[in-house]
Write a protein that binds this ligand. Sequence first.
Ligand code: NAD
Length: 503
Amino acid sequence: MTSTQSSVTTLHHWANGQKVDGKSGRFSDVTNPATGEVTASLPLASAEEAAEVIAAATAAFPAWRDTSLAKRTRILFTFRELLDARAPELAAIITAEHGKVLSDAAGEVARGQEVVEFACGAPHLLKGSATENASTGVDVSSIRQPLGVVGIISPFNFPAMVPMWFFPVAIAAGNTVVLKPSEKVPTAALWIAELWREAGLPDGVFNVLNGDKTAVDALLTSPDVKSISFVGSTPIARYVYETGTAHGKRVQALGGAKNHMVVLPDADLDLAADQAINAGFGSAGERCMAISALVAVGDIADELVSRIKDRAVALRTGDGTRGCDMGPLVTAAARDRVSGYIDAGEAAGATLVVDGRQGTYDADGSGFFVGPTLFDNVGTDMSIYTDEIFGPVLAVVRVDTFEQAVGLVNANPYGNGTAIFTNDGGAARRFQNEVEVGMIGINVPVPVPMAYYSFGGWKNSLFGDTHAHGTEGVHFFTRGKVVTTRWLDPSHGGINLGFPQNN
Ligand code: NAD
């Protein structure tokens, strides 16, 4: 890494309610993407260290699963209050390591907090069901019980919100957690661990394992880890799903995306242009729900591109602590990859309307900046259309009809999110019915579901059949048990070797 070094903190793992120093001798640099400075050195766990963290979670499980729901939810409520009061601290940590602007980081924390609030309803969410006299004098009830130790493996782009999609529900349901955050943005997870301790969570219920593939593989193969919730790129999601399930775990592995925004000729073009900017360039395009392909239908393309261009060139890019609209990319490698895609789009013959490689940035040092970039007349065989760029690059594809637009969305191998902009209710109804995508926005560009609905894509955007949070999350983090009971019926029928029949 070529970055300059100032005061560099050495980070740690977190197990049994305390810091655990790294012993492997392997470290990775954490940088501030706005300045290029190395700010921390992160220990990367060996398989043995991973086993120690998993052992802490395993040891804490029996007592936590038997802790009453009343006590568990009281701790969740306290955690929620602490998080609410101290949210700006967490937002600042996110901006310092991820680079997204402070207001965006605050939004991420708020959306994560909503899952904590949802999980505070655990006593209701975990209610089973009971049937009296299913057969004469026989009652049947169903209950849901926690799994044990659950692994969460998270990406760099939402250091707080993505882990919070999972751990509030997992903990509320009585599981213990090992969180493996992205090595690019580890401090949010360690801050959250301390907050749990302050909230009164017993030691060992929430643990943080820092590391790379070695740590991930340890979670995927440990017999003590009962489930894996993964979020990251599609190739790793596929690997995590295949390896985790081969080791007998339930796995939900959320992958990458290429989200299309379809604009019909009758749409409000100012609304569409504003939202294309927000969803294309918010968080520098490093959102799994970012819009990266805009499909202009009919004769509106010239006018729409012109309005988006006017807005894009007015955006201020720079250090996320300075009130800019857009921050840097997460690493120098990410910046170079995105610039390479812009080179490739230009070489392939797309019209480069706004070039993010040129620009001035409101920042000190040598941050990893690429400005907002807009391409028009993009062909569906160009890499700027086919690949997930994960940067501030918006590609406009022109088509003639609604059917062609839906065809593009459905032909895409990803299926995370998509949006349609129109004033035609019938077209919107058809769109939501026909598109093969998990999350749909109608005049809403980043349709991230509320905590009490479930978040998840289709096709290469999700491996496994369970989405995050909402009732699907409760289902994922519990397993069912059905109890059949007879107490008071003396006429049980005596000896009968036939298969029991209800009467
Ligand atoms: P990534 O796949 O590189 O990393 C995700 C996690 O996997 C990290 O914790 C990382 O340490 C680990 N990992 C990386 N390489 C590994 C390997 N070879 N073996 C085992 N583990 C490995 O993803 P990222 O760059 O951190 O995040 C960006 C990606 O995540 C994008 O593709 C984005 O679309 C996706 N994402 C998806 C969603 C969603 O909900 N579908 C949400 C956020 C991000």
